[in-house]
Design a protein around this ligand. Structure first.
Ligand SMILES: [Zn+2]
Length: 84
């Protein structure tokens, strides 16, 4: 995600340098970010479907370990069960 963001910024900067201000490069960067975010946006809570990367209205670059809506443990909870 952060690498994709850096790549997108770099792409815009490079194309901007060689071709002047280009909305095409900007569009390409947006598409690149969308592609990079596609798997991230599918990471939803198995119980209520809330996206693990959204904390309220904020998008966070790392997934919540516990669903902020229903409290479902979103981590790889196989084996360890702390619920006791
Ligand atoms: Zn949930």
């Amino acid at each position: 995600m952060l690498a994709a963001l850096a790549l997108a910024v770099l792409l815009v900067a490079v194309v901007d340098r060689f071709h002047g201000h280009s909305s095409l490069a900007f569009a390409a960067a947006i598409i690149l970010l969308m592609v990079a975010n596609a798997p991230m946006l599918r990471f939803n809570c198995p119980r209520c479907g809330k996206n693990a990367f959204f904390c309220g209205i904020f998008v966070i670059p790392w997934p919540n370990r516990i669903c902020t809506r229903c409290g479902q443990d979103l981590g790889a909870g196989h084996g360890k069960n702390a619920d006791g």
